[in-house]
Design a protein around this ligand. Sequence first.
Ligand code: COA
Length: 210
Amino acid sequence: MTSTLRVRAMGPADLAAAVDLLADAFAEGTNLASFVPERGRRERLRRFFTVAGEVDVLAHGVAEVAVSGVGAHERLLAVAWWHPPRAVEAVAPVSWSWREVPSALAVFGVRRLLAVARSRRASERARPAAAHWHLAYLASRPEPAARGAASALLVHRLAQADAEGVGSHLESSSVATIGFYERFGWRVSGLVDGPGGRRTTAMWRPAGGA
Ligand SMILES: CC(C)(COP(=O)(O)OP(=O)(O)OC[C@H]1O[C@@H](n2cnc3c(N)ncnc32)[C@H](O)[C@@H]1OP(=O)(O)O)[C@@H](O)C(=O)NCCC(=O)NCCS
C-alpha cells in the first residue's frame, strides 16, 4: 500500500481521524502522556488534540497528513503538525486561551495543571531565537501499511524549509525517537527540564540538514 502514499494538507474534515491517530500514538511512553491521568487517557488525549487542532494548528499552523488510497478508500497513515517560521515574540503565548482552559482541566485534571503550564513555559524557552519551523506533533499508525508515512511527511516539509533556508526545531517526546530524527538531519541541541524531573530533548536541524 505504500506505493500509493501521498502527502497532502490536513483540512477540518481530517481532524477526527488525525486526533484518533495522535491520541493512540501518544498514549504510552511520551512526555505528554506523563501529564495525563491513566484513567480515560485516550479520551483525554482526543480532547487535547481536538482543541489543539482547532485552536492552534488549523488556525495558525501547518498540518499535513500522509494517506494511501483514494476517495472512499483513502486511509490516513501519519500526521504532522507544524508551527511555521515567525518571529519568536509572535509565537502563541504560554497562557491558555479561553477555549483551552476547560479542556486543559478535563484533560490533565486540576492537580497537574500547574505542571503542564510549567512544561509549556520550559518548551517555549527552549525555542531558538531565530525564525524556524517547529515540529509540534508527529505520529504514524503502528501498522505495516504505514511504513514510510512519517518519513514522507518530514521529507516533504523539510524540502520547503531547505528551499527557504530556514532551520527546524523540535522536542523529542521520548528518548526512543531521537535516532529517528537524526536520520533527517536533526541533532540534539539541549535538554529541556520540565516539572517533576521530566526531561525532553531539544533538537535542531539547520537548513539543508546537519
Ligand atoms: C516516531 C514515529 C512517528 C516514527 O514513525 P515510523 O512509522 O516508524 O516512521 P517511518 O515508517 O516513516 O520510518 C521508519 C524508519 O525509521 C527508522 N527508525 C525508527 N525509529 C528509529 C530510531 N529510534 N532510530 C533510528 N531509526 C529509527 C526505522 O528503522 C525505519 O527505517 P527504514 O525505513 O530504513 O526501515 C512513530 O514511531 C510514532 O508515531 N511514535 C509515537 C508518537 C511519537 O513518539 N512521536 C514523536 C514525538 S516527538
